[in-house]
Design a protein around this ligand. Structure first.
Ligand SMILES: Cc1cc2nc3c(=O)[nH]c(=O)nc-3n(C[C@H](O)[C@H](O)[C@H](O)COP(=O)(O)O)c2cc1C
Length: 243
């Protein structure tokens, strides 16, 4: 709430929310100040709730996506909602009037064109940009991204208490094998922070959170963010103008 107050005060042009809808009063103030709001959603029902609450546009996160996703209610669904991007985006587009940005597994121009064909207005990429030269991604994380495949990720709550997609490592496997129940978010996040920090200092990928989506074989080179965007646009244009 304090974060929202400060962002409202500074009239930040766009506020993007995840994990749960902001209070109505916050959304009203965003609108009154001429700012915009985005909401991460993982189901049609979440999309409809966001639209009714007055959010300006949606990011539909399929289950392929790396890292955390915005499923509102995880108590009843420990892995978060698991609807793939290809299924989620057109159903959301069909049920709300808001612009939709597609997310999850979009790694290149083909993914962008597919997202547009499904009715999205744009695409949000996370995993591909973890390999951008400008990204603060740990070298151990970078090399894991470069050598892993679509079979190497899983959804785990063991790092933060909220489900998130990461490359399987010793910590993730051990947590699953022992069927440990994590503390609720954000306490588990606090609890594991020191482990992750020390692992990173020691270049020990076994205990780091190696966030990643499923499009891993397409994360195969390190480039500047500018090169990534130019390449994706070039590929998409080629596809859209092909005979
Ligand atoms: C390192 C990392 C951290 C992320 N953290 C969050 C988060 O805290 N909340 C959220 O809604 N999405 C989070 N995401 C998901 C992204 O917002 C985005 O939807 C996703 O990366 C798109 O799928 P892709 O990774 O297949 O490109 C994260 C993604 C990555 C890669």
């Amino acid at each position: 709430m304090n974060k929202s107050k400060s962002l409202l005060h500074h009239r930040v042009p766009l506020l993007s929310f995840t994990f749960s809808l902001p209070e109505r009063s916050v959304i009203e103030q965003i609108r009154e100040r001429g700012m915009r709001s985005a909401m991460m959603i993982t189901t049609v029902n979440e999309a409809i709730q966001a639209e009714e609450a007055g959010i300006n546009f949606l990011v539909a996160q399929g289950s392929d996506a790396g890292g955390h996703r915005g499923t509102y209610e995880i108590e009843s669904n420990g892995q978060g909602e698991l609807i793939g991007t290809m299924s989620l985006v057109p159903q959301v587009v069909d049920h709300v009037a808001l612009p939709v940005v597609a997310a999850g597994g979009i790694m290149d121009g083909r993914g962008l064109v597919a997202a547009l064909a499904l009715g999205a207005q744009g695409a949000q990429l996370g995993t591909r940009f973890l390999l951008a030269e400008e990204a603060d991604t740990h070298p151990v994380h970078r090399s894991a991204l470069l050598r892993s495949t679509e079979q190497d990720t899983t959804i785990t709550s063991a790092f933060s208490g909220r489900p998130a997609r990461a490359i399987k490592n010793e910590y993730v496997r051990e947590a699953a094998n022992r069927a440990l129940t994590p503390l609720p978010y954000p306490w588990q996040n606090e609890f594991t922070q020191r482990i992750r920090q020390i692992a990173a200092q020691q270049n020990d990928g076994r205990f780091m959170s190696l966030w990643s989506g499923q499009g891993l074989r397409m994360a195969n080179k390190e480039q500047s963010a500018k090169e990534i965007i130019q390449e994706i646009i070039w590929q998409a244009n080629n596809l859209l103008t092909a005979d």
